[in-house]
Design a protein around this ligand. Structure first.
Ligand SMILES: [Zn+2]
Ligand SMILES: [Zn+2]
Length: 456
């Protein structure tokens, strides 16, 4: 039994212990299958994934954030922040302010100074629990060991209304055998069985139609091989710089600033990689304004793999990778959802993974923290009637009242409203949700997106 399933059983146990009841709040269960490429669903017959796709809401794929690797995208999924905004920019990274190195292989580095670089960061489990009134969260997720906004995930025997579970496959098999291998096909069938078990558990505990289940991933997978390897030391003296990242994307810190141009030109001469000085990085990547992004970045073209040194590689077990540009289709992850908040048999438009955070806040009925997501991109998939139109009508009505009032010089007339703070997505649903606001990219009061960026 995997650790994730142990956690899931704990999730079920919570409400059992609490007197065979479950939370009366809206419930969300978020699942991430690491490295689950969107078109695995088209190429493999995965009965349980397909049943969610058929009966619930799905998008053809979701667009993840650059760089398309595990820690950065998992932190984006639960915070709604781009990597440059939350600061987890690679699985291995250097912070010149902290003068420390983060490494996914070293759990002792999973600390607040890394995950909470931006003080506005608030993962969804903290947002939910902070709202109080009987809301509790549990999560087995990257960063879920840390306290945010005074909230730790619950360890008490309370029924939770938010849960998040991370599965480490099919990523591992994708790396070993590649995305088109028979081994990945077998692994996907195994995961489909695991999902079936989870769905059966939800059904047998009368939770399946009450829980809003979201199934997604952090990135896809592409093939690499001996023919597409690039050993950087063949082209440049590796004593000139330090590199942090993965085979598809590195953040480069040049040791002596007077060598920046030299290092840049050496990298520029290498085929099948792109090099950008920090100020050249395209804004569209949302991967620039952070001290953890060095003097320049390297991005290899799809299917190419950069190694710093010429090391021996076992190519029988090195056949897949990710981390490439997030507009490459093989990097796209899946998105499926099922539950009372989601439309049935509905295909949503494609959206960004930063939009998931405001979506989950909306379903949970809690006020989102600062984020880069846009609720409007995903609201269509929900069954709720959104009263945006009414808000606009009310706004026009108030304006019509104000204009003549000013014209005739009337004083002492105060209209009690605050346009700036008025909710963009007031809802009255069959859930009886509270009125909540949509915190769009750069629209939270007093904080615009540029201010939230950590300028290097
Ligand atoms: Zn991953
Ligand atoms: Zn991976």
């Amino acid at each position: 039994m995997t650790r994730a399933f142990y956690f899931f059983l704990t999730f079920v146990l919570f409400y059992h212990i609490a007197g065979h009841t479950h939370s009366d709040k809206p419930m969300v269960l978020l699942l991430s299958f690491d490295g689950f490429r969107w078109d695995y669903l088209l190429k493999h017959n995965l009965t349980n994934f397909n049943s969610i796709k058929k009966n619930g809401t799905h998008a053809e794929y979701m667009i993840n954030s650059f760089s398309t690797v595990t820690f950065p995208n998992h932190w984006t999924l639960v915070t709604g922040l781009y990597e440059e905004s939350h600061g987890i920019i690679q699985n291995i990274m250097y912070d010149p302010v902290l003068n420390k190195t983060f490494n996914l292989g070293m759990p002792e580095t999973y600390t607040k100074e890394w995950f909470g670089q931006n003080k506005l960061t608030e993962p969804i489990w903290a947002t939910n629990q902070k709202a109080g009134n009987g809301r509790y969260s549990a999560a087995e997720w990257l960063g879920s060991n840390l306290e945010f906004s005074g909230q730790n995930i619950t360890t008490a025997k309370n029924p939770i209304n938010f849960g998040a579970i991370y599965f480490d496959e099919p990523d591992h098999y994708g790396h070993l055998y590649g995305p088109d291998s028979k081994e990945i096909a077998e692994k996907l069938q195994e995961l489909d069985g695991d999902l079936g078990y989870l769905l059966d558990q939800l059904k047998s505990h009368h939770l399946f139609d009450k829980v809003n289940l979201i199934i997604t991933s952090d990135h896809g997978m592409d093939s690499i091989s001996e023919k597409t390897v690039i050993f950087l030391e063949d082209y440049i003296d590796d004593n000139l710089y330090d590199a942090y990242g993965s085979r598809a994307c590195y953040s480069i810190f040049v040791k002596d600033a007077t060598n920046i141009e030299l290092v840049y030109q050496k990298f520029k001469a290498i085929k099948n990689i792109d090099v950008y000085k920090k100020d050249e990085i395209p804004e569209s990547l949302r991967y620039k304004y952070n001290v953890r992004i060095g003097d320049m970045i390297l991005v290899s073209h799809l299917g190419y793999a950069m190694y710093l040194k010429k090391i021996p590689i076992d190519w029988t077990l090195t056949n897949g990778d990710h981390g490439y540009y997030n507009n490459e289709t093989s990097m796209f992850p899946i998105f499926l959802a099922h539950g009372p908040a989601f439309k049935k048999s509905y295909k949503s438009r494609v959206f960004n993974n930063v939009d998931l955070y405001p979506l989950m806040c909306f379903i949970l009925g809690v006020q989102p923290a600062y984020n880069n997501g846009t609720l409007e991109n995903v609201i269509d998939m929900l069954v709720f009637k959104v009263a945006n139109q009414n808000i606009q009508q009310n706004f026009i009505f108030v304006l019509l009242l104000l204009i003549p009032a000013v014209l005739v010089g009337m004083t002492g007339m105060f209209v009690c409203f605050t346009i700036k703070n008025s909710p963009k997505g007031t809802v009255m649903t069959e859930y009886g949700y509270d009125t909540i606001s949509n915190c769009e990219d750069g629209e939270i009061e007093g904080v615009n997106n540029d201010q939230s960026r950590l300028i290097a």
